[in-house]
Ligand binder design. Sequence first.
Ligand code: ADP
Length: 256
Amino acid sequence: MSDRSSSKVSSGSCSHEEAGETPRHAVPEPTVDIRNLTFQYPAKAGNPRFGLRLPSLTAAAGERMALYGPSGCGKSTLLDLIAGILRADTGTVNIAGAELGAMTEAERRSHRIRHIGFVFQDFPLVEYLDAFDNVLLPFRLTRDLKLDSQARGRARDLLTELGLPGYERRRPHELSQGERQRLAIARALVTDPCLLLADEPTAGLDPHRSQKTLDLLEEICSQHRLTLLLVSHEPAVLERFDHRLNVQELVVESAS
Ligand code: ADP
């Protein structure tokens, strides 16, 4: 296992124009390019302040990287910094060619919605929506994305690509566990992101299902040339990744 806090840039990443437009992979930049990042949560009386220091992290288009470390070491914090939910105190966080530090909170949110897909543990779906509307959910959550015929077509294509053709009107409870996962992955891809953030996507799955889920994520990322950052602490998952980042090594704690 070759742990490292920096993964070499090998090729360009995607760059969406406005939502709804199609050009991808147009700008030769890494999808993720972080330099000299420091971050600390605000001080709370009596509590030590948790913080991270990350000198450099780059991930090119199509690159897959695992983030690991024990519970509480900052994996979710790092994902939130990459997603622009949290803002770095110093350094630069460049995602899909745009510097998050220069953006307002609203701009970061809009950037996140257009460029990043999320895959969560348990693959949560909205039970009262059918499969088609579950896939299109990101479009209903924001005005930054236009729910037009192109978006609907993409949702249909993804359902087919993920082995769910003709399942549009089924509700989540009418799907198997594997089908629900594939539906959640279709939803993560419907905005045509260039970065997929997967937070413990195989936690709680049996080894067979876990391998199948990873196979699918790998295949999807390679087909769509998506950068994948996946959080896990499971050795069987980690050994599938050439690039691994031990988040515990980034931790800085100081008294408040
Ligand atoms: P992991 O995802 O690896 O389990 P987290 O990123 O959730 O770890 O948490 C890292 C550390 O940051 C923990 O010590 C946690 O208590 C602390 N932390 C998380 N959220 C906040 C917050 N909003 N304010 C202050 N400390 C926080």
